[in-house]
Ligand binder design. Structure first.
Ligand SMILES: Nc1ncnc2c1ncn2[C@@H]1O[C@H](COP(=O)(O)OP(=O)(O)O)[C@@H](O)[C@H]1O
Ligand SMILES: [Mg+2]
Length: 292
């Protein structure tokens, strides 16, 4: 029986991938993978090197077409045949290299290719104002939007790349190892930024090797191992040890997967399911990291 008082508001599903397969020659990079993300949800995608994380994300980014399976966006089946298709759907991917133009300033990087014009010239004032507004919304610490990004720290560069991805108001933002090259303080900044993305209602897909980061910021954790799903966990009640066990295969039950047909429900898209029905927030975590 559902209780309208205690049941939390269901977040709208944005993206669902079902039965995704992809091979490169003889290499099966992905087999029968299920994945989903909802509005205002941070889903961490974890797995060892070669587990298939980048391949899955590249399918969403329109870099590789899948060989098998289907993708739904806002409940409609879609094909993502190119990066342009992906962007048009509202998926922005921030790859590890960030692809910033070092010699250009923050404003120019944010608006590159989407510049605002007025009476034949660039509307620098408007672009700068909107840049500040966006950075304020993200509580981003960028000293000057007119310094070249080459002068910024690693965390600030990541911030600029994330801010740039928001210019087109995407539904889904994908971050590939955003803290891999960062120190402690800069990592905290980027994690804060990810929380702002969630507050703004974006669906966030976070690839990370760092279990502390994952547990600090994710709502759900999807584990891939050898190109297959190996568990979906609610971050609120999983330990780093459990995740590592799923990543390394200690919890594969040592068998080829006797995978039954799975209905496509949010709480059933993995093998090791310890998710309560509600997607709980972690107030302790959140207030600890607070408004820094
Ligand atoms: N373009 C490609 N050509 C051939 N093999 C690839 C290609 N991309 C990925 N692979 C292979 O697919 C598997 C999954 O790789 P990848 O998705 O990069 O894993 P992860 O990002 O989890 O480290 C690996 O065995 C990798 O070598
Ligand atoms: Mg990778």
């Amino acid at each position: 029986m559902s209780n309208p008082v205690s049941s939390p508001p269901r977040r709208q599903r944005i993206l669902t991938m079902r039965g995704i397969g992809k091979h490169f020659g003889a290499v099966k990079a992905l087999t029968d993978v299920e994945f989903s993300v909802s509005e205002g949800e941070v889903v961490a995608l974890v797995g060892d090197n070669g587990a298939g994380k980048s391949t899955l994300v590249k399918i969403l980014a329109g870099v590789h077409p899948p060989d098998a399976g289907s993708i739904e966006f806002d409940g409609e089946p879609v094909e993502i045949a190119s990066p342009a298709d992906s962007q048009e759907l509202g998926i922005e991917t921030i790859f590890q290299d960030l692809a910033l133009c070092d010699n250009l300033d923050v404003v120019a990087n944010l608006w590159l290719g989407r510049e605002l014009v007025t009476g034949g010239g660039l509307d620098e004032v408007e672009m700068e104002q909107r840049t500040w507004t966006l950075l304020r919304e993200l509580s981003a610490k960028i000293p000057s939007v007119r310094s070249p990004v080459a002068a910024l720290s690693g965390g600030q560069r990541q911030t600029v790349a994330i801010a740039r991805s928001l210019i087109g108001d995407p539904r889904v933002v994908i971050l590939d190892e955003p803290t891999a090259a960062l120190g402690v303080a800069q990592t905290a900044e980027v994690l804060n930024l990810i929380e702002r993305l969630r507050e703004r209602g974006h669906g966030v897909i976070l690839i990370s090797h760092n279990m502390a980061d994952v547990l600090a910021v994710a709502d759900r954790v999807v584990v891939l191992r050898l190109g297959r799903n190996n568990g979906v966990f609610n971050a609120v009640d999983v330990t780093s040890e459990t995740l590592v066990a799923a990543i390394t295969g200690a919890t594969t039950r040592g068998k080829a997967r006797p995978e039954p047909e799975r209905p496509a429900e949010p709480a059933k898209d993995g093998r090791i399911i310890r998710m309560p029905q509600s997607t709980t927030r972690r107030p302790s975590n959140r207030s600890e990291r607070g408004e820094r």
